[in-house]
Design a protein around this ligand. Structure first.
Ligand code: TMP
Length: 238
């Protein structure tokens, strides 16, 4: 059963960014910090977050997968459809804070700008997948290109998307940058509002910037977060 968006009291927050921006680390830290303050947090990542989604994730990231660009786009959308249905819509409906590591904007950046697929096709496939669920806020983490490159080099074992090449990732980065523009956001209401977080700083500083962005948007709900100390490292869970 799908949940009407206007009946959803929870918050749907997405973290986005190119490879090596530190997004997943911050998603983990933000979830822990907000749980530490007593918030009901559901933290999931895309692709994945459900058994079907995790199977699709393995297929999508495996360097041995020979995926045509449209197949790739549709598999990302399929993982998203399952996640929206099983996790995001119900969690939002019960008033939880849903924190998702990547969402639709990644499809526009990677499959649209990166692979060159037409936006209208991606938009149509994802309208089916998201069933009207649009993020309330996206935090777009950015770092200078050399910082991202050196983090990626340290990580090693590049997955299929990470191996797509420098030109591909330059197009992805440019597309994320375009999404910061208010006119772009007005033309893409399905993505929701996007704010930039400068992620070229110590981990605690970046986490504090993410929290400050939430406080700025929802001063009442996150009033406790404004003055809280950051907890130490914890593992996220759904
Ligand atoms: P991750 O590295 O953030 O876990 O994301 C997995 C990879 O999948 C990453 O390289 C970005 C890519 N991706 C897309 O190409 N399209 C999408 O819609 C999503 C959600 C991720």
């Amino acid at each position: 059963m799908s949940v009407p968006v206007d009946a959803t009291p929870g918050h749907f927050i997405v973290l986005e960014g190119g490879e090596g921006a530190g997004k997943t680390t911050q998603w983990d830290r933000l979830a822990a910090a907000l749980r530490g303050l007593g918030h009901d947090v559901v933290a999931v990542r895309e692709p994945g977050g459900t058994p079907i989604g995790d199977a699709l994730r393995a297929l999508l990231l495996d360097p041995a997968s020979q995926l045509e660009a449209r197949t790739e786009a549709l598999l990302f959308a399929a993982s998203r459809a399952q996640l929206v249905h099983d996790v995001i819509a119900p969690a939002r409906a019960r008033g939880a804070l849903v924190l998702v590591d990547r969402f639709l904007l990644s499809t526009y950046a990677y499959q649209g700008a990166g692979r060159g697929l037409p936006l209208e096709g991606l938009r149509a496939a994802n309208a089916l997948a998201t069933a009207g669920q649009a993020p309330d806020l996206t935090l777009l983490l950015t770092v200078p290109e050399p910082v991202a490159a050196s983090r990626l080099a340290q990580r090693g074992g590049a997955d299929r998307l990470e191996r797509a090449g420098a030109d591909f990732h330059a197009r992805v980065g440019a597309a994320f940058h375009d999404a910061l523009d208010a006119a772009w956001q007005a033309r893409h209401p399905e993505v929701g509002p996007v704010v930039r977080i400068d992620a070229d700083a110590d981990l605690d500083v970046v986490t504090a910037r993410c929290i400050a962005a939430l406080v700025a948007r929802w001063p009442q709900r996150f009033a406790d977060a404004a003055s809280a100390q950051l907890p130490q490292r914890h593992a996220p869970h759904v």
